[in-house]
Ligand binder design. Structure first.
Ligand SMILES: [Zn+2]
Length: 161
């Protein structure tokens, strides 16, 4: 009860409610939380390559194109002595983008993308921004969706309809 209340307070104070980043046809393949001893920082929505992805809220877009070939790039990084968790996380996302709310507190991240529809600038909630792909460390077309609030990864289901 106390936890529920804290969550409610937190949500109300931030006025965060997000829209679904995928449309009606999707299956949900991985949840937020610990998986094989590692934190899975977001949700995975499985779908078909090229399926539309929508901004979950209003904000500013940033696109990052880490090279798509995860295994080869990891081998290069290991050879160069770059073997940090951050390098692994960054490469594993493949082509990805973020949307940052205008006050800077809410960041949503959309990973393993195929094509980018909006390269930069501001988008509205529900606007089509990219298509689903299989880039980075990915075993089939899916969207990995992160919600980061004040720098902390949160379970997206707390804010989705
Ligand atoms: Zn994932």
């Amino acid at each position: 009860m106390r936890r529920y209340f804290q969550r409610l307070m937190c949500n109300n104070l931030l006025h965060i409610s997000l829209q679904m980043p995928v449309s009606s046809v999707w299956s949900y393949s991985s949840s937020f939380g610990t998986r094989d001893g590692n934190l899975h920082s977001g949700l995975d929505f499985r779908g078909s390559e090229g399926a539309n992805i929508y901004a979950a809220h209003r904000g500013t877009v940033r696109v990052v194109r880490s090279r798509a070939n995860y295994d080869a790039r990891r081998a290069e990084h290991r050879a160069a002595g770059i073997d940090t968790q951050e390098s692994d996380n960054r490469l594993s996302r493949g082509v990805y983008m973020t949307v940052t709310s205008l006050d800077g507190r809410v960041v949503t991240r959309y990973a393993h993308l195929d094509s980018i529809i909006v390269e930069s600038g501001n988008v509205g909630g529900g606007q089509r921004i990219a298509t689903m792909g299989n880039t980075g460390r990915s075993t089939g077309p899916h969207l990995h969706f992160d919600v980061i609030i004040d720098g902390i990864s949160r379970n997206p289901w707390e804010f989705l309809p």
